[in-house]
Design a protein. Sequence first.
Length: 223
Amino acid sequence: MTEEHRHGERRHADRRHPEDGGRIYILPGWVRIWHWCNALLILTLIATGISLHFAGGKAPLIEFSLAVRIHNVAGLLLVVLYIFFVVANAVTGNWWQFVPRPPGILERCLKQTRFYLWGVFKGETEPYPVTREENFNTLQAITYWFMIYLVMPVLVGSGLIFMFPQFAPGEMFGLDGLLPVAVLHYASACIVLAFLIAHVYLCTFGKKISSTFKTMITGWHEH
């Protein structure tokens, strides 16, 4: 292990026990409002998207024509909300929360993964607790960056092309131009759904089952 690596590990270790009485403020109001609005729109899009995808079934969640209208409106609102978040993230400097600090990124990811898969069920201590400087552990930061800056642009971009098919290419790879767009939209939607399920589950790993959900309401994190 290099001296730089050891220094990085000591720096992370020094942040594990903040002197805040076990309670720190980490989420400003605009992040919390964006989060809940985003969650509502994502759930709406999932429900209507499933209804559209399985429209031929006997019991769709929502009637087809109504699902189309709701899906389109929710999709446009999601585009506006996404642009707002990216701009606000850049202006406020909050984007740094999604950039893991070197050194030892891979080692910290592996340690955090072990904690999620094994350590939490053995009652082990969180290896990289939340601090004011770092709201997310390294694995979270990488995952959120992947979702926000890679998956979401594909999802909203392909959705917009569906809404305005005149901008779709006439042909791609010898296929109808909308087919690859449909595949990208469906694949990115499935990734978002998988992330949502995992996200809700991991949020139960707080001090109490409700702690992390409470943080997204109040902005205060309890150690």
